[in-house]
Design a protein around this ligand. Structure first.
Ligand SMILES: Cc1ncc(COP(=O)(O)O)c(C=O)c1O
Length: 370
């Protein structure tokens, strides 16, 4: 069975984890410090990196540190993994969804501008499936309206924007290292930022609010949670980070093959390549009315050919939680169409070119109604 994703792990990763297990120090320790340094070197720019037990924790910590809370509105795309919106609810603020582009799956500055009200405090652009959002116009808009921009780069480690790594700008940018992502720490996430005052607050939020003085004494002046990454994960991350560019090159080769083989067809919307795209996922849209099979039937046909496809994602504003904020079908046509028609085709570095060929022939047969 060809899965839609699979982490690429071998003896180097197993040895790195074994070393930590044998060291006697499993929780946050020297491997976390080394991983944060290695990530900062990789991202470049004048930023500090801090790792967390998940991408969600990193995003939450930033919103909490900025004091986003009740009465505040936060703009977020209607098409993303639900964590992008749940973190807003977690802070007691109100999510303000906006529609995305059908091909890039990303928001743009015009969509953000149209959603700004006097209560807007922040915007969370999501670099969907590893494709960079056009950030410059969003930063310009944010400056005019004094908004926090928190980039959700959970799917975008290794993505570049205008030739620079996502995360190197100095504004808060969060990554995820969940096993589906382009590199993994099992669960885990990271924040890139260059604001030392906020970083101090975020470090407190990450670990019980604990502050240490030079003698090792401890004080707690503000609430903090439990969001730290264990050394076992960091050791895995150090090995995976070394391989990340190679993984991403392989992803690009596989995507180029998909794009060469999949035809232009009126029932099919293909994702488009873009400069710096790290190709976390390859998501197509299929018009079920034109192919004559619905999504479940399509998934079944693929399964019979030992191919698993994914669904990323249902439009978030149509979840029961978000309908309570007044959202309804018809609000965001592109996000809803993506939610209804999307299929994630297999894409991971361990795939071979003939796996791509096999998936393409299965999709072409579906398009031809055979
Ligand atoms: C866009 C997006 N944001 C946030 C997250 C949350 O990351 P994590 O699973 O590491 O908490 C994910 C994870 O899939 C994601 O895809």
């Amino acid at each position: 069975m060809l899965p839609f994703t699979r982490p690429t792990l071998d003896t180097e990763e197993f040895e790195a984890i074994k070393e930590v297990l044998q060291s006697g120090w499993l929780a946050t320790g020297p491997k976390v410090a080394a991983f944060e340094t290695a990530l900062a070197d990789y991202i470049g720019g004048d930023v500090q990196l801090r790792v967390f037990n998940s991408g969600t924790s990193a995003l939450e910590a930033v919103l909490l540190a900025y004091g986003i809370g009740p009465g505040d509105e936060v703009i977020v795309p209607a098409m993303s993994f639900v964590a992008s919106a749940n973190i807003i609810v977690r802070c007691g603020a109100t999510p303000k969804f906006v529609d995305v582009d059908l091909v890039s799956r990303n928001i743009d500055a015009a969509a953000v501008a149209a959603a700004i009200t006097p209560n807007t405090k922040a915007v969370i652009p999501v670099h969907f499936a590893g494709r960079a959002v056009d950030m410059d116009p969003i930063y310009q808009l944010a400056e005019q309206h004094d908004l926090l921009v928190l980039e959700d780069a959970a799917q975008a480690i290794g993505t570049q924007y205008k030739g620079r790594q996502i995360g190197s700008s100095g504004n808060p940018v969060c990554f995820s290292f969940h096993p589906n992502k382009n590199m993994t720490t099992i669960e885990g996430g990271a924040l890139a930022i260059n604001d030392p005052v906020l970083l101090k607050k975020i470090e407190g939020i990450r670990f019980h609010g604990i502050e240490r003085d030079a003698q090792g004494g401890m004080d707690v002046t503000a609430w903090g949670g439990k969001m730290n990454m264990p050394d076992v994960s960091a050791a895995l991350g150090l090995v995976q980070l070394n391989k990340l560019d190679g993984f991403n090159r392989k992803r690009r080769t596989l995507v180029e093959r998909y794009l060469q083989q999949l035809p232009a067809h009126d029932a099919l919307v293909l994702p488009a390549d873009a400069e710096g795209h790290s190709w976390h996922m390859f998501c197509i849209l299929l018009d079920w009315e034109k192919t004559g099979l619905n999504r479940n039937q399509t998934l079944e046909v693929l399964k019979q050919q030992s191919i698993t496809a994914g669904i990323h994602y249902p439009a978030m504003h149509l979840f029961s939680l978000y309908r309570q904020y007044g959202y309804k079908p018809g609000d965001f046509p592109n996000a809803e169409r993506i939610g209804a028609q999307t299929l994630t085709l297999p894409l991971f570095p361990g795939m071979e070119e003939n796996d791509v060929d096999r998936v393409c022939s299965a999709v072409i047969s579906l398009l031809n109604g055979s």
